[in-house]
Design a protein around this ligand. Structure first.
Ligand SMILES: NC(=O)c1ccc[n+]([C@@H]2O[C@H](COP(=O)([O-])OP(=O)(O)OC[C@H]3O[C@@H](n4cnc5c(N)ncnc54)[C@H](O)[C@@H]3O)[C@@H](O)[C@H]2O)c1
Ligand SMILES: [Zn+2]
Ligand SMILES: [Zn+2]
Length: 393
């Protein structure tokens, strides 16, 4: 089959690889019909390469048709249309019982001290072959699936794999009080969708980014936006001016470890990119490698007693945090990989013909799988109005 494979920093290829096969009774094989590129894939493209091997198959936002199931999988059958959550979860362990599916104790990657295994996401998350391919092997398939109706286009449902539950969790964890204000830092797919969900729940949304098309998209849906390029030095003051001098009730960081920042602290990331893997891995696991500007901004613009919800991914082991300010402002902080199936029952009713969240027009680019290398580059450089790529194998 054809698959998108990782080969090094900013080097992804489309290659012929062996078709996946059933290996465990709890496996299923899916023929992929739609598969997206995510901002999280960009971390592998750039910063997290030390944990990848050439030839690793990328991707964690796939949906398709069940081809084959293992003997222990009775919940789905060949021909069913399914969306595959980005994490593998068993549905039966202690953490799954708590709805913490991204912490599943059956699939946790203990060698690296990580939570649930993720598709296409490096050794840190189990080095499981990803979904940017014609076929996908789904471990723990008895629970790791969402059956969706046939009929509507894939794009009605494909974001259940990641964008929708991640944005939903970001909003839930932000705990915006009734009639309150949420600042959303980063208006990529996650921030954009979080803005839609927060507004749907009645919050006042102020979006912040530095890419004009992304600001426009969020403004066009009736939200306020602030262009970081105009307010790099006084964003805190701007947000306080907009919120009775106090700051926002809640802040969602939908940026993560590769935040835009004026020159200096790129060093650790660049350094780990240049070192041989044997040296880069321990450095990344013992030191701070994150660019923290969005997180610092969140601490600055949230009001006293407010809540910060981190959905942007961070990966450093010892990043410096402004503890004085965080403690003094009495902040609440929630974070983590989205527990996909925890939120699906809340989201599914919104994916009807009314399409209140605008999922069917959410993608800016639809391309064949063969164009993955160009798609990754365009998405990373934020060129051509790119916000979301859906690939069709
Ligand atoms: N928690 C989860 O389960 C989960 C799931 C999916 C994605 N993510 C993470 O969410 C983050 C966003 O994902 P995405 O797909 O939207 O990615 P993206 O890279 O397309 O979006 C990030 C946006 O942040 C903007 N940005 C950069 N620096 C900024 C700053 N200092 N202030 C404000 N905006 C800034 C960028 O211009 C860009 O538009 C990534 O870190 C991704 O890994 C987490
Ligand atoms: Zn994703
Ligand atoms: Zn589990």
């Amino acid at each position: 089959m054809k698959a998108v494979t990782w080969h090094g920093k900013r080097d992804v290829r489309v290659e012929d690889v062996p078709d996946p096969t059933i290996q465990e009774p709890t496996d299923a094989i899916i023929r992929v019909t739609s598969t997206n590129i995510c901002g999280s894939d960009l971390h592998l493209y750039e910063v997290l390469g030390a944990f990848m091997e050439p030839g690793d198959i990328l991707g964690h936002e796939a949906m398709g048709i069940v081809q084959e199931v293992g003997s222990a999988v009775t919940q789905i059958k060949p021909g069913d249309q399914v969306v595959i959550p980005f994490q593998m979860s068993c549905g039966a362990c202690f953490t799954c019982g708590e709805g913490l599916y991204s912490q599943c104790e059956t699939t946790q990657v203990r060698e690296y001290g990580s939570g649930a295994a993720l598709f296409g996401y490096s050794k840190l998350y189990g080095e499981v072959a990803g979904g940017q391919a014609e076929y996908l092997r789904v471990p723990q398939a008895q629970f790791t699936h969402v059956v969706v109706p046939e009929g509507p286009p894939d794009e009605r449902y494909v974001y259940l794999s990641d964008v929708l539950p991640t944005a939903w969790q970001a909003v839930a964890y932000a705990a915006v009080p009734k009639g309150g204000t949420v600042v959303i830092l980063g208006l990529g797919p996650i921030g954009d969708m979080a803005a839609r969900i927060a507004a749907y729940h009645g919050a006042r949304v102020i979006g912040v980014d530095l890419v004009p098309d992304r600001l426009d998209r969020v403004r066009a849906r009736g939200n306020e936006v602030v262009d970081l390029r105009d307010h790099e030095d006084d964003l805190g003051a701007v947000i306080r001016d907009l919120t009775d001098g106090r700051g926002a009730d809640s802040v969602i960081d939908a940026v993560g470890m590769e935040a835009h920042v004026s020159p200096v602290p790129k060093i650790a990331q660049t350094l780990t990119g240049l070192l041989p893997k044997a040296l880069a891995r321990p450095l990344m696991r013992n030191a701070g490698v994150d660019r923290l500007s969005a997180l610092y901004t969140a601490v600055d613009v949230v009001r006293r007693g407010g809540t910060i919800s981190l959905s942007g991914v961070y990966g450093g082991a010892a990043d410096p945090l402004p503890m004085l300010q965080m403690f003094d402002k009495q902040l609440q902080l929630r974070m983590g990989q989205a527990n996909v199936k925890r939120w699906v029952p809340d989201i599914l009713p919104l994916l009807d013909d009314e399409d209140v969240l605008g999922v069917e027009s959410f993608a800016t680019h639809r391309v064949p799988l063969s164009e993955a290398p160009h798609a990754y580059e365009t998405f990373q450089k934020k060129e051509d109005g790119a916000v979301k790529f859906v690939m069709k194998p």
